[in-house]
Design a protein around this ligand. Structure first.
Ligand code: MTE
Length: 315
């Protein structure tokens, strides 16, 4: 990545700046006063506005006594290259990102391809809170209470066929709304991919929110993936297309630099990044590094997906 080596990171850069943070400002530039009462009540308006979801269920997905990072930390230290390459930039430059109306096309090798509006996505399954560890390839990590449900719920809607071996994901891209995109050094739209069995794994989360509220733009509003056993760049943001395909799809970082970023990108402390160690990580808000766990601590749930694979070759 076009990033500093962890050794070059100063603690002052990791500790988020005391930025403004008025959550109610995530109205895609539309002051709340101009939204009608009915619009404010509708699910799509909730997705737009960073408003509390009324019925988020607790789930079995937690991280024991590990501390959840603060909303401030999680929303001011981001990777979202379409909105700039500095961690603090997306919180500012994505502020007016228009996330409504929004739809996600689910297509390809399936019997019932179709577009889902955000209202439909929000209504497909009960929203759960899932507290996941999220580990960036740059050796920092966070713990976030995401809101969403398993991606398999959405994929099952379109009835994948036997030709669906992989899932290809695509982020929205509009240079007018993302004027820093061309300076990101990556080809956009940002794309990612999973093998079908990974995509259908219950841990693979289709996320619409965090901290009980809809996602703020810098964290991938209105809908993104979260794959807690993989390096963070697999967790693609602001999804507009999901395509079921027969062969391994392109993934942005893997295509940009295949010797540094593998297609699988499972968190693996034994396989160093060519430019730095992956054996430990710095949790945002902490000073001392902690050891990185195999599959980011989710091995009991996902290791069987990779039985028989050489995880040094398939990094
Ligand atoms: N998705 C898009 N569309 N563009 C990006 O630049 N960055 C990835 C991933 N998803 C990225 C993206 C990387 S490198 C990481 S570590 C995570 O988003 C960061 O997610 P967060 O900002 O919510 O912590």
């Amino acid at each position: 990545m076009l990033i500093k080596k962890p050794a070059d990171l100063r603690y002052s850069e990791i500790t988020p700046k005391a930025l403004y943070l008025n959550r109610r400002n995530f109205l895609a530039g539309v002051p709340a006063a101009f939204l009608g009462a009915r619009e404010l009540m509708s699910p799509s308006a909730r997705a737009l506005a960073g408003t509390k979801f009324p019925n988020v269920q607790k789930s079995k997905y937690t991280v024991g006594d590990e501390k959840i990072n603060s909303y401030q930390e999680v929303t001011t230290y981001n990777n979202f290259y379409e909105f700039g390459t500095d961690k603090s930039q997306p919180a500012e430059t994505a502020k007016n990102f228009k996330t409504s109306p929004w739809s996600v096309s689910v297509e390809g090798a399936c019997a019932k391809p179709r577009k889902f509006t955000m209202d439909e996505i929000l209504a497909l399954a009960p929203l759960e809170e899932r507290i996941y560890r999220h580990r960036c390839v740059e050796a920092w990590s966070i713990v976030v209470p995401w809101v969403g449900y398993s991606l398999s719920v959405l994929l099952n809607q379109v009835q994948p066929t036997s030709k669906a071996n992989y899932v290809a994901f695509e982020t929205y891209y509009d240079v007018k709304q993302m004027p820093l995109g061309p300076r990101g050094g990556l080809p956009f739209p940002y794309v990612e991919g999973l093998r079908m069995d990974e995509a259908m794994h219950p841990l693979a989360l289709l996320s619409v929110g965090m901290f009980g509220e809809s996602l703020p733009p810098q964290d991938g509003a209105p809908v993104r993936m979260v794959l807690p056993w993989k390096y963070g760049f697999k967790s693609i943001k602001s999804l507009v297309k999901i395509k079921l395909v027969s062969s391994m799809p392109t993934a942005t970082w893997n295509a940009a630099n295949p010797s540094e970023y593998g297609f699988y990108s499972n968190v693996n402390p034994k396989v160093d990044h060519p430019r730095w160690s992956q054996s430990s990580e710095r949790r945002l808000g902490e000073f001392r590094k902690r050891p990185t766990l195999m599959f980011n601590g989710y091995g009991d749930q996902v290791a069987s997906l990779y039985n028989g694979m050489d995880l040094k070759k398939n990094y």
